[in-house]
Design a binder for this molecule. Structure first.
Ligand code: 6PG
Length: 239
């Protein structure tokens, strides 16, 4: 696990955008495509906006990138809380990503069925016989230690067979569909973004204490690379 610290969210977001650009080039050269899963929330918004502007928008080979989502809220695709909409408005709409490369989670219909459909889409893309290995997954951390839509004590944390599942926990505004831990933990690269004082305590519990009750502590990278990108405020309680 690597920890990178930045003065603020702006420098953190620029570093993440540079990593995205560099990884896109590397995986496209090696595999002819770059498969990414995005998160929602406030923290990656600036990163997504940067990807929609120069130099990124002109330097990235958008045709060869496939976009998936780490999780989605069960709302319509144009709802302000939609994770798809966040990325679409910030950069996908400005890029030349072909529509068939956008593997949106449909949060609008029956969630169990849509989670199964999302899983089928992932299997079709990576090949039915292979376990899906994303080139990059971008995640955040909630103050309660959740990541993607894997919340503390949720039974989906124990899921071993499914790639995606439906989650409805007390206290969350919308039910969600999320990738499961085995998928997050097999990715080649995971970037976890955290910014602001409100994340300082959970960042300490996840990184220093590895508190097993917190889903973000369960991100473990055997062969892949797990990098926490933290701004000064989020990192301030780390030893
Ligand atoms: C979502 C997420 C979620 C998010 C954290 C952090 O859709 O909300 O994917 O896991 O990354 O809740 O959210 P913030 O960046 O808003 O703090």
């Amino acid at each position: 696990m690597k920890i990178q610290r930045y003065p603020d969210l702006e420098t953190l977001s620029r570093a993440a955008a540079d990593m995205f650009l560099q990884m896109a080039g590397k995986y496209i050269a090696a595999k002819g495509r770059f498969a990414v899963a995005l998160s929602g929330g406030n923290t990656p918004r600036r990163l997504y906006e940067l990807l929609g502007t120069e130099p990124y928008i002109l330097s990235i080979d958008w045709n060869l990138i496939h976009f998936f989502w780490a999780d989605e809220r069960c709302v319509s695709h144009d709802h302000p809380d939609s994770n798809y909409r966040l990325a679409f408005d910030a950069f996908l709409s400005k890029s030349r990503v072909p529509a068939e490369n956008i593997h949106r989670i449909n949060g609008e219909e029956e969630p169990e069925k849509e989670a199964a459909e999302y899983e089928r889409d992932i299997r079709r893309f990576f090949g039915e016989r292979e376990f899906p290995v994303f080139d990059l997954i971008i995640l955040g951390i909630g103050e309660d230690g959740h990541t993607a839509s894997l919340f503390p004590k949720s039974k989906i944390l124990y899921e071993e067979n499914h790639l995606a599942g439906f989650v409805d926990e007390k206290g969350i505004k919308h039910p969600r569909i999320t990738l499961t831990l085995p998928v997050l933990n097999r990715a080649e690269n995971v970037l976890v973004l955290a910014s602001g004082k409100s994340k300082a305590s959970v960042v300490r519990k996840v990184i220093d204490e590895k508190d097993p009750a917190l889903p973000a502590s369960l991100l473990s990278h055997g062969e892949g690379t797990l990098v926490f990108l933290l701004d000064r405020d989020a990192a301030k309680l780390l030893s």
